[in-house]
Design a binder for this molecule. Structure first.
Ligand code: PLP
Length: 422
């Protein structure tokens, strides 16, 4: 199946007289005929359902669809993108371990890696997405368990050279974890470039309608966990009656461990209703991504030609630093672009207040176009000097281009400039 078809059909195949649409199974639990049968489920948790904190039929349909789209062996949904980040790392690291991450990642991931995980004894060493192989390799320590980066980073819009990071990771016997939220599997399939684990905030393009918060982790099924660095995946797990994940689950060792050990203990599984909403979004993902990309490119081109704009950051533009990598890794540069307005903070805020169709909100990847002024919101606590060091100019506006007719978006931007600068 091609992506358009997978978006509609993967993960759920109704049998004779079953519902056409993925049903919402709003049940915490599942009934068994005998006590022996229910006991047996604990030995073979992948064959039947135990409890909706581990698995639920509605959520599983979505997991199957996303695994198919990413080209992975299996997936596990989580109640948020943050939960996906947390479990993806904790599935490999314990206190005393470390990860190496690109600095150009979502601020929430930086908080998790640099503060919260550090408090749990897991260190994060940051390298730039632009660093060469030697510099990335130099950050790896004997206790390093994974490398991490975002395909198309939020908010810097840096395009990761996935093959470069995968090469260094694999040379050290480590997996590469990729956050593919902004690209989605429609624009990039990181596993085909060497990624071992892919995750998403499904709250963004996958949902696309701003109706649910969710995340997902996809296992490529390809990493060799028996290389000596990951005993917790190989040796018997005393918390799960002595199971060896690699022995019992082969290619799905990583994702089954995440489900049966971490999901069991942290309980961050999504509700069936949230998965149902996510599935509706996924059904049109391939179609929507095409339009986000074409609308955003037109908006970026318009902004680049606008006298009130100092600079535009969109990897889809030929002059952009990441254009060549975008051409290699992405089928389109997605829907988010940022630009710096001449006149700094004050003009940027006047421009935003003058927008009528485009809304001001803390979100991206919605079907509706929205803007955010990072300096006064996500980076509010910082001085102008600190903001600059974080790569966020006081006059920067981030725009997530939606699916309205592009001329309506351009007209709204045009009238807002006219009012801000009159
Ligand atoms: N990863 C990326 C790239 C994000 O942009 C976000 C949220 O904006 C997250 C992870 C966290 O996802 P969530 O908000 O669903 O917890």
């Amino acid at each position: 199946m091609r992506d358009e078809t997978k978006c509609l059909h993967a993960g759920y195949t109704p049998k004779n007289a079953e519902p056409r649409v993925v049903p919402i199974v709003q049940s915490t639990t599942y009934v068994y005929d005998s006590s022996e049968a229910i006991g047996a489920v604990f030995d073979e948790p992948t064959h039947s359902l135990i409890y909706s904190r581990f698995a639920n039929p509605t959520v599983m349909a979505v997991e199957g669809k996303i695994a198919a789209l990413e080209g992975g062996s299996a997936a596990m949904c989580t109640s948020s993108g943050q939960a996906a980040l947390l479990l993806a790392v904790l599935n490999l690291c314990k206190a005393g371990d470390s990860i190496v991450s690109s600095t150009q990642i979502y601020g929430g991931a930086v908080n998790l890696f640099d503060f919260t995980l550090r408090k749990l004894g897991i260190e994060c060493i940051f390298v730039s997405a632009d660093d060469d192989e030697q510099t990335i390799a130099a950050a790896i320590k004997p206790n390093t368990k994974a490398l991490f980066g975002e395909t198309l980073s939020n908010p810097a819009l840096a395009v990761l050279d996935i093959e470069r990071f995968a090469k260094v990771a694999h040379a050290h016997g480590l997996p590469l974890i990729i956050d593919n939220t902004f690209a989605t599997p429609v624009l990039c399939k990181p596993i085909s470039f060497g990624a071992d684990i892919v995750l998403h905030s499904t709250s963004k393009y996958m949902d696309g309608h701003a109706v649910q918060i969710g995340g997902v982790i996809v296992d490529s099924g390809r990493f060799d966990w028996k290389n000596g660095k990951f005993p917790e995946l190989v040796e018997p797990d005393p918390s799960y009656h002595g199971i060896s994940y690699t022995e019992t689950y082969g290619d799905n060792a990583y994702i089954i461990k995440a489900r049966m050990q971490l999901m069991r203990d942290f309980g961050v599984y999504p509700a069936a209703h949230a998965a149902f909403l996510l599935n509706l979004g996924l059904e049109t993902l391939a179609l929507r991504m095409e339009r986000y990309c074409s609308n955003a490119l037109k908006v970026a081109e318009y902004l680049a030609s606008c006298e009130h704009v100092e600079a535009v950051n969109y990897p889809g533009l030929p002059g952009n630093k990441y254009h060549a990598l975008a051409q290699k890794y992405l089928k389109g540069a997605s829907g988010v672009t940022s630009f710096i307005i001449r006149g700094g903070r004050e003009k940027a805020m006047r421009f935003m207040d003058a927008l009528q169709l485009v809304s001001k909100e803390v979100h991206v990847a919605d079907i509706r176009t929205c803007v955010l002024h990072p300096a006064s919101t996500t980076h509010r606590q910082l001085s102008d000097a600190q903001i600059a060091a974080a790569g966020v100019h006081p006059g920067m506006v981030r725009i997530s281009v939606g699916l309205e007719h592009v001329d309506d978006i351009l007209e709204d931007i045009g009238q807002a400039f006219a009012r801000a600068f009159h």
